[in-house]
Design a protein around this ligand. Structure first.
Ligand code: ZN
Length: 143
C-alpha cells in the first residue's frame, strides 16, 4: 500500500468510526437501500435561500457507504445548491474513473477515488450522494 492509499484508508476509517452529522432532525430527506451490500441510508438537508445549511444522515451499511455519508455531509454543508450539484457531478465522474478537473475541490471525498477499480463497491460509495442529490432537487420522500 503506498502512502496516498494509506491516507485515504485513514480518512474512510475515521469517518466510519466517528461519523459527522449523524442523526436526523426531520428535514426533507431521501432513503435509499443497496440490497447487494446491506447499505440502508437516509440523508436529509436543510436548505435556506439556495444554501445547504445543514446535512444529516442516518443508517447502517459498510464502511464505504457510512463513511461517505459523513464525508459528504462535511464537504457540502455551507455550499450553495449550484456548487453542491457541481461537486456531486464531479464525485460521480471520479467514481466512474473519468478524468476530472480541480479534483482538490473534492477534499476528503478524494479518498474514494480507488473505488472506480471495484465496480461492486460503486453503489456503496454513491448511495448517500444520490440521496442528497435527490433532496436538493426537491425529489424527497413523502413521509
Ligand atoms: Zn456497501
Amino acid at each position: 500500500m503506498n502512502n496516498i492509499e494509506n491516507l485515504y484508508r485513514q480518512v474512510i476509517m475515521d469517518h466510519y468510526k466517528n461519523p459527522r452529522n449523524k442523526g436526523l432532525k426531520g428535514y426533507p430527506h431521501v432513503h435509499i437501500k443497496n440490497p447487494s451490500c446491506g447499505d440502508d441510508i437516509t440523508v436529509e438537508a436543510k436548505i435556506e435561500n439556495d444554501v445547504i445549511v445543514e446535512i444529516n444522515h442516518q443508517g447502517v451499511g459498510c464502511s464505504i457507504c457510512c463513511s461517505s455519508a459523513s464525508v459528504l455531509s462535511e464537504l457540502l454543508k455551507g455550499k450553495t445548491v449550484v456548487e453542491a450539484k457541481a461537486l456531486i457531478k464531479k464525485y460521480f465522474q471520479m467514481i466512474k474513473g473519468e478524468a476530472i478537473v480541480d479534483e482538490e475541490e473534492l477534499e476528503e471525498a478524494l479518498a474514494y477515488e480507488g473505488v472506480s477499480k471495484f465496480p461492486a463497491r460503486i453503489k456503496c460509495a454513491t448511495i448517500a450522494w444520490k440521496a442528497l442529490e435527490r433532496v436538493i432537487n426537491g425529489d424527497v420522500d413523502e413521509e
